[in-house]
Structures are given as structure tokens and as C-alpha cells.
Design a protein around this ligand. Structure first.
Ligand code: A2P
Length: 314
């Protein structure tokens, strides 16, 4: 396994298991199997609606001696409804109870968007709940040891600067959608220049999103001829090539699967070695598509705009 190194000498396995869209009823088995296969990094969030089931899997895996807590890297995220300063620690404590853990390895602000905890359909503006206040509350959680690292998700360069300004700690990681259609080169350059690690979500193209979240003419990443060509060359599957592409860019990657065979294949992608020619070929797909367009946070009743989320207009 390759790792991303943190300043305090902690190491995050570069490949993790994604759990967004992993159904309750399936995710217990998926996490138990993943740990048996060798996964040590599990990416979670309370908004995925499955943390309690993941918690039972982690607890049973530790009880049965499959793994120790120290060997695991568990990430979770602060929901939009808990951005007010007083809500951050209680939200984290609920996640810890659900995941049956004493601490998280990494806690991320899930989106740069705040919502009303009492009326979850109602937005709170950036003036009402400034991001730097949420960040200060995240820093407090770090200082008391409930989490070992803090970071963000879905942050563009401007938002990264906003939380970093005057902060005690910089975000150590930014998790964003990233795949060959959306390689996020300028954001990646900024993050790496500022020693911020990155994690790629939806690395396989997130085919199992609900139909309402998909547009009609959505391209299918794993069916792109360029990816299939490189896969044939390496006697690998397209999904394995997409995972390996991220690893070669030093970006953590969290493919979601609840299927044992596919989880195993995804894990084995770690042994694929892409060359410069493969990477150039894959680069030709750049700019084609963003799967999560952020519309759910930028509609008519929202004070947030697309520019609060992404650099590009797409
Ligand atoms: P499943 O859970 O049935 O394996 P993303 O990580 O981009 O969100 O993509 C998740 C989707 O990709 C899910 O539909 C998942 O299905 C599917 N998937 C995961 N691994 C593979 C693989 N190796 N080959 C094909 N599809 C995969």
C-alpha cells in the first residue's frame, strides 16, 4: 500500500473504501469484507445514512482480531446542518457514537454550505455562519483529541484561503470529485503547493447515483475507449485503471463498492504501474464532465452560488 504522509508522521492509506450510496443492510458485510481484503481506510459521513452499521462492522472486526483500531484510518464529515460553532462538537460526538470509535483519524467540513439544524431545508448564509467560525470549532475538536486531523471537502481555492486566514491550523486535506473527466489541475496544484493532501471522490463516475441526480446524456467513465485501451494494455479493468490514475497523481482515492469481487479488484489496482504515455492518454479526457454539479445547494432559495463551490462554471 502507498500512503500519504501527514506532518505528525501519521500515514493515510492512499486507497480507501467509499461508503456513499452503500445501502444499510449491505454496508456491514462490505466493510467486514473490505477489511479482510486489506482495506484500512474507510471514508464515511453521517449524511450517507449508514454510519451506525459501519460502526458495528468496525467494532466486530476489531473484536474478532481482523484489525486493530490503530491500523485503521477512519474519515467522517461534518454535515451542513451542524456548521454553527455550538453544533460541531455534538455532531462529531454523534458520529463517534455511531462509528463506535473514541476518535476519528480525519474530520472534514463536508460542504462550504450551512443549513438550519431546526429546518434542514433552510439555508444559513455565510454571513450568518461564517466558515472560519465552523473551522475554529473543528480546531477545538482537534485540540481535545477527538480527531487527529481536520480538513475540508468540496472547497475551491477561495474557500480554502478563507478558512486558512487567521486559523490555528490549515486544512490538511481537501476531498473533491476527481477523475479523468475532471482532473482539477489548478486546485491540485494549489493544494499540493500548500501541503494540503487531496482525496478523489466519485473516481469511477458514480454510476449508482439516483436517477434524479443524473443528467440524460451523462457519459460513462468506465466505458471511455481511452480507458478501455489502457486497461487492455495492462490486462486490467477500466475501474482499476481509474484507481491507478489517482494513485499515480498522489491523490487518495475512495472507490465505492459493496461487491466483494469488485472491492478485491479495486484493491488490486494498487499493483498497476501506469507509464507517462498512459497518463497522457488518460489526460485527453480532461474537461468533459462533473457528475455532482452542486445544484442541490445553489437553487432559487439558496444564498449560495456555483462560484462558492467550484472554480469552473460547469
Ligand atoms: P458496486 O457497489 O455494485 O460494486 P464511485 O466510487 O465513483 O461512486 O462509483 C461507484 C459505482 O461503481 C457503484 O455503482 C459500484 O457498484 C461501481 N463499481 C465499483 N467498483 C467497480 C468495478 N471494479 N467495476 C465496475 N464497477 C464498479
Amino acid at each position: 500500500m502507498k500512503y500519504l504522509d501527514f506532518k505528525n508522521n501519521d500515514h493515510m492509506p492512499i486507497l480507501g473504501l467509499g461508503t456513499w450510496k452503500s445501502e444499510p443492510g449491505e454496508v456491514y458485510y462490505a466493510v467486514r469484507q473490505a477489511i479482510k481484503i486489506g482495506y484500512r481506510h474507510i471514508d464515511c459521513a453521517p449524511t450517507y445514512g449508514n454510519e451506525a452499521e459501519i460502526g458495528r462492522a468496525l467494532s466486530d472486526a476489531i473484536r474478532d482480531g481482523d484489525v486493530t483500531r490503530k491500523d485503521l484510518w477512519i474519515t467522517s464529515k461534518l454535515a451542513n446542518t451542524n456548521h454553527r460553532m455550538q453544533d460541531v462538537k455534538p455532531a462529531l460526538e454523534q458520529t463517534l457514537r455511531d462509528l463506535m470509535l473514541d476518535y476519528l483519524d480525519l474530520y472534514l467540513i463536508h460542504w462550504p454550505v450551512a443549513m438550519n439544524p431546526d429546518k434542514p431545508d433552510e439555508f444559513l448564509s455565510q454571513e450568518e455562519v461564517p466558515l472560519h467560525e465552523t473551522w475554529t470549532a473543528m480546531e477545538k475538536c482537534l485540540n481535545i483529541g477527538l480527531v487527529h486531523h481536520i480538513g475540508v471537502s468540496n472547497f475551491n481555492i477561495e474557500k480554502l484561503k478563507e478558512v486558512t486566514n487567521g486559523a490555528q491550523y490549515k486544512p490538511e486535506l481537501n476531498q473533491v470529485e476527481m477523475h479523468p473527466f475532471l482532473p482539477q489541475k489548478s486546485l491540485m496544484d494549489y493544494c499540493h503547493a500548500n501541503l494540503i493532501h487531496m482525496t478523489a471522490y466519485s473516481p469511477l463516475g458514480s454510476m449508482d447515483r439516483s436517477e434524479e441526480m443524473k443528467s440524460q446524456d451523462e457519459p460513462i467513465l468506465i466505458e471511455q475507449p481511452v480507458i478501455i485501451d489502457v486497461a487492455k494494455k495492462h490486462q486490467a479493468s477500466p475501474a482499476q485503471i481509474l484507481i491507478s490514475w489517482s494513485v499515480h497523481r498522489n491523490i487518495a482515492v475512495i472507490p465505492k463498492s459493496t461487491n466483494e469481487t469488485r472491492m478485491k479488484a479495486n484493491f488490486e489496482a494498487m499493483s498497476i504501474s501506469l507509464d507517462a504515455e498512459d497518463m497522457d492518454k488518460i489526460d485527453s479526457l480532461e474537461g468533459t464532465y462533473r457528475f455532482l454539479n452542486g445544484e442541490m445547494w445553489t437553487g432559487e432559495n439558496s444564498p449560495y452560488e456555483t462560484s462558492d463551490l467550484w472554480e469552473e462554471k460547469r
